[in-house]
Design a protein around this ligand. Structure first.
Ligand code: HEM
Length: 441
């Protein structure tokens, strides 16, 4: 099915490049059904032009397998120019080759099971604080609240500040995130330019925090403390210059995606009361001791299926960008060197060849008896050597919030709101999820 070609003997995939220069970028950013429409028209491999580059979108488990197992050989990570500039060259997502490999190992020290176990008390405490606050508010738009919650948890663990969302850092971060997928115009007033200014402020702030921490006798048990002590194979630790950029990446990657996934959990369970009741029943049968521990979280099979299905149904990340570094062929099409390839998570998760009735929210599809999952067919966290570094951190935070909600609270959607999803920067309902929230009696 796949061979290397030195000459272009196969056509490039079908599709349309759109307008000169901007190609189809505007529709890509605005239309949540962009990939779906073209998938139906052209099939699972098609071409377009976005962010100024000819781009091939690839859908399905075979395409994912091809991309994830040929990183370095045919593909290299290649985000749009705005994202690349704003994340910065010294961040894991942008680094490649041996540097990427060695930095990934080093940063992974903050995501080992022992480190994660150490984060549980902080996550539990901060979740409790937010739950109590929502209980008092009773009726509110949940999505911005969930964004504050995930941002505060990430800031507490990565820079030691648990109310960052209330400070200027929260505003800077919002403006920064708004510029990540834009046309990179460095002109006053553009989203990109505003984001660049906020990046500078955020990096200064993070640097101050790192330097302060370096002066303390003990580096601390949180992620920042672990990263300050982490060393690579040669015994080198990260310079402050690099560490501040990596931390900025972790703050971004660690809260924007999580906001989308916990929002999707709250929405889907409000819409599927049968699933909520079944998950609640499982919780009633489990005795938890306080404080929560990593071990206690392990045996909740139905909740695991629910969270897995939430990430299949509403994957927070649409896909991953790669550059073709050597012309190759996939399923009878040429992927020319220099073009961009974008693997598609949401479309893969809706494949009828992988899932029965993929359009249905049905957690039991992941039960041991059914196991609909196929290799490379479930990829909310990507795959291969660039698989999400924070995958277990994300699953942990989702689980802590989910079980505390199920055990102690109830929520219902307010009528007359727009629940249609908007996709930028990550999927969330247009009216931000308006709810009534109360403690279970
Ligand atoms: C990479 C999804 C949470 C840190 C990725 C990728 C995906 C993803 C799809 C791969 C992108 C690619 O192929 O280029 C998610 C989802 C999350 C989540 C769905 C939440 C539900 C987190 C968290 C952190 C994190 C909590 C850290 C605190 C990273 C990093 C990378 C990454 C550093 C880059 C890995 C590399 O290039 O080697 N994530 N992520 N993510 N994620 Fe996550």
């Amino acid at each position: 099915m796949t061979t290397t070609e030195t000459k272009q003997t196969h056509p490039t995939p079908p599709g349309n490049f759109g307008l000169p220069l901007i190609g189809e970028t505007i529709s890509f950013l605005r239309d949540g059904d962009f990939a779906d429409k073209r998938h139906k028209k052209y099939g699972p491999v098609f071409k377009t032009n976005i962010f100024g580059r000819p781009t091939i979108m690839m859908i399905g488990s075979e395409a994912n397998r091809f991309i994830f197992s040929n990183e370095k050989k045919y593909f290299e990570s290649n985000w749009p120019s705005s994202t690349k500039t704003l994340l910065g060259p010294a961040t894991l997502s942008i680094q490649s080759g041996d540097i990427h490999k060695s930095r990934r190992k080093l940063l992974a020290q903050a995501f080992q099971p022992r480190a994660l176990a150490g984060y549980v008390p902080t996550m539990e405490k901060m979740t409790r604080r937010y739950l109590q606050n929502w209980e008092q508010q009773k009726t509110f738009a949940w999505c911005p609240q969930l964004r504050k919650y995930t941002f505060d948890v990430a800031c507490k663990l990565f820079v030691g500040d648990e109310t960052a969302s209330e400070t200027e850092m929260g505003d800077w971060f919002e403006t920064y995130c708004d510029g990540l997928f834009t046309i990179p115009l460095r002109l006053p007033g553009t989203k990109f330019n505003r984001a660049l200014n906020c990046r500078k402020k955020l990096l200064n702030k993070i640097e101050t925090i790192i330097r302060k921490r370096q002066q303390q006798a003990e580096p601390g048990e949180d992620a920042l403390g672990l990263l300050l002590q982490a060393k690579d194979e040669d015994g080198n630790s990260l310079s402050v210059e690099e560490l501040k950029e990596q931390i900025l990446l972790l703050l971004f990657a660690g809260h924007e995606t999580l906001t989308s996934s916990v929002t999707a959990f709250c929405l889907l369970l409000a819409q599927h009361r049968d699933v909520l009741e079944k998950a609640r029943l499982e919780q009633k049968q489990i005795q938890l001791t306080e404080p929560l521990s990593f071990e206690q979280l392990k045996s909740m099979p139905y909740l695991d299926q629910v969270l897995k299905e939430v990430l299949r149904f509403v994957p927070p990340v649409g896909g991953g960008f790669r550059q073709v570094v050597e012309t190759c062929e996939f399923n009878g099409y040429t992927l020319p060197k220099g073009w961009t390839v974008l693997y598609q998570i949401g479309q893969t998760h809706q494949e009828h060849s992988i899932y029965n009735e993929p359009e249905k929210f049905y957690p039991e599809r992941f039960s041991l008896e059914k196991t609909e999952e196929k290799p490379y067919g479930y990829i909310p966290f990507g795959g291969g050597m660039r698989e999400c570094l924070g995958k277990e951190f994300a699953k942990l935070e989702m689980k802590i919030l989910a079980l505390m909600l199920l055990r102690e609270y109830d929520w219902e959607l307010l009528p007359n709101q727009n629940l249609e999803m908007t996709v930028t920067p990550t999927p969330h309902p247009k009216d931000n999820l308006l709810v009534n929230f109360k403690r279970l009696t």
